[in-house]
Design a protein around this ligand. Structure first.
Ligand code: VLZ
Length: 133
């Protein structure tokens, strides 16, 4: 039985996030704002369907997908890509084919923590979130 992702999660730590944003061509000013922000993930897991909201006072992102089903992502301010999310054991793994090489993310949970590893080119960013609800 895969881990329970549903809930509200608050960012605790954020390693190499600025490098990640730089790899995605975020400008200096935006990077400085983004790295200082609190971030909240709101995840709804319903069978093989997921909705993930990334919320902050500055910008919000929302992603809906079904595991095993490819989808196109056009996100304002981010690169466009074709994405596929699958299970690798208890990890939710997204591979993204678009303008950037080696792009994707992995999510997993451990007790009251949600982990997110974000990859772009040669940068790997690790975010850790603590369960709030
Ligand atoms: O999350 O891919 O949970 O979409 C950069 C944010 C992109 C810029 C972050 C600053 C992308 C604004 C995170 C902060 C809110 C991401 C997926 C996995 C779902």
């Amino acid at each position: 039985m895969p881990a329970e992702f549903s809930g509200k999660w608050i960012k605790e730590t954020n390693e190499k996030f600025e490098n990640y944003l730089k790899a995605l061509n975020f400008d200096f000013a935006t990077r400085k704002i983004a790295i200082a922000l609190s971030q909240t993930k709101v995840v709804v897991e319903d069978g093989d369907k997921f909705n993930i909201k990334t919320l902050s006072t500055f910008r919000n992102y929302e992603l809906s997908f079904t595991t095993g089903v490819e989808f196109d992502q056009y996100t304002k301010g981010l690169d466009n890509k074709n994405s596929l999310v699958t299970w690798e054991g208890d990890k939710l793994v997204c591979t993204q084919k678009g303008e950037k090489a080696n792009r994707g993310w992995k999510h997993w949970t451990d007790n009251d923590r949600l982990y997110l590893e974000l990859t772009c080119e040669d940068v790997v960013c690790l975010q850790v979130f603590k369960r709030k609800e």
